[in-house]
Design a protein around this ligand. Structure first.
Ligand SMILES: Nc1ncnc2c1ncn2[C@@H]1O[C@H](COP(=O)(O)OP(=O)(O)O)[C@@H](O)[C@H]1O
Ligand SMILES: [Mg+2]
Length: 308
């Protein structure tokens, strides 16, 4: 089990993470969802040991993580992840040797990720399709016997027709190898597909605003941000919106301004004066089946209307 507790991270201009807690059970599926810039990649990179964090703790079975090898990151661009001057055989040879595996394991892993070793091994990355390259990246991650694959928008740069195959592969690897998958995405459908029966974390401006079993959260989101995210259109009318003055603004927020209340308050269609005063903590306030960080959680039907 991999755990993060109170992870914070600031870059010069932005507070990218504001105290994020998460748990990735062994063999489990966890999805992080949120719009661009909310901190998903930063969290994935910290977890994979590629980025430092300011505060908080990363634990593996209760002990501080020292060796990050078991946590392998698969990022969105499979081309930049592979050395263009080396064949797939060369790319897989070194990590296999490091782990004391015979080279024959390369063929086994390539087959496991759905590639034909006799076709792929002698080729260079540019001779393969984006989908095949991403499968090679996954095979390379598997050479080190990982516990967790962190798939960060792993299909966003891949041809639409090939995406489902990669997502199915990630899902199957959980079953065949018992590896956990942390699936980072801005897309609800992919989170639902890969993360089914796992936990969904909805992230907004570096905080978890809602968390629970994927189906519970998607079928009955209680945080207005999740409700807006699911309707996926920038201009929103909540059915219970008090008036047009509370429509979600289109313009980007100034990320340097630290509100004293809820981070979502400036964009929330349901905000009350109290929301500008008090920062809600992740809880089950209001007897909800999932955790949320909202002072006034409610199952609402937020319907989107086209932008004017
Ligand atoms: N290396 C960096 N230097 C400065 N700011 C960064 C850096 N990496 C990320 N950020 C900022 O941190 C925030 C979160 O970024 P990121 O984790 O990439 O979000 P996401 O993956 O959800 O789109 C953004 O405001 C981004 O501009
Ligand atoms: Mg990202």
């Amino acid at each position: 089990m991999i755990e993060g507790r109170g992870i914070t991270k600031a870059f010069k201009q932005v507070q990218a993470l504001r105290g994020v807690d998460f748990v990735i059970p062994r063999g489990g599926a966890v999805s992080f969802i949120g719009e661009s810039g909310c901190g998903k990649t930063t969290l994935g990179r910290i977890l994979a040991g590629l980025e430092s964090h300011d505060e908080g703790r990363l634990l593996r079975d209760g002990e501080p993580i020292k060796d990050f090898r078991p946590i392998q990151l698969i990022h969105q661009d499979p081309y930049s992840a592979l050395n263009p001057t080396r064949t797939i055989a060369q790319i897989l040879r070194d990590p296999l040797r490091l782990r004391g595996h015979p080279f024959s394991k390369a063929e086994e892993l390539l087959s496991l990720v759905g590639l034909d070793p006799s076709y792929v091994l002698s080729r260079y990355p540019h001779q393969l399709s984006g989908g095949m390259r991403q499968r090679v990246v996954i095979a390379r991650a598997l050479t080190v016997d990982p516990e967790v694959l962190v798939a960060d928008e792993a299909v966003s740069m891949i041809d639409v027709s090939l995406r489902l195959g990669i997502l199915a592969l990630l899902r199957n690897l959980r079953e065949t190898l018992g590896v956990s998958v942390l699936f980072i995405t801005h897309d609800v459908a992919t989170a639902r597909y890969v993360g089914a029966e796992g936990e969904l974390y909805v992230i907004y401006r570096g905080t978890v605003v809602e968390r629970g079993p994927v189906d519970t959260v998607l079928a009955g989101p209680v945080h207005p941000y999740t409700q807006c995210l699911l309707s996926a259109i920038p201009v929103l009318h909540g059915l219970e919106v008090p008036g047009p003055d509370r429509l979600v603004p289109d313009e980007p927020l100034d990320e340097r301004v630290e509100p004293s209340g809820c981070l979502f308050e400036p964009r929330c269609p349901f905000a009350t004066p109290a929301c500008a005063q008090e920062q809600p903590l992740l809880s089950r306030l209001g007897d909800t089946p999932q955790d949320h960080a909202c002072l006034f959680p409610a199952r609402r039907h937020v319907v989107a209307v086209p932008a004017r």
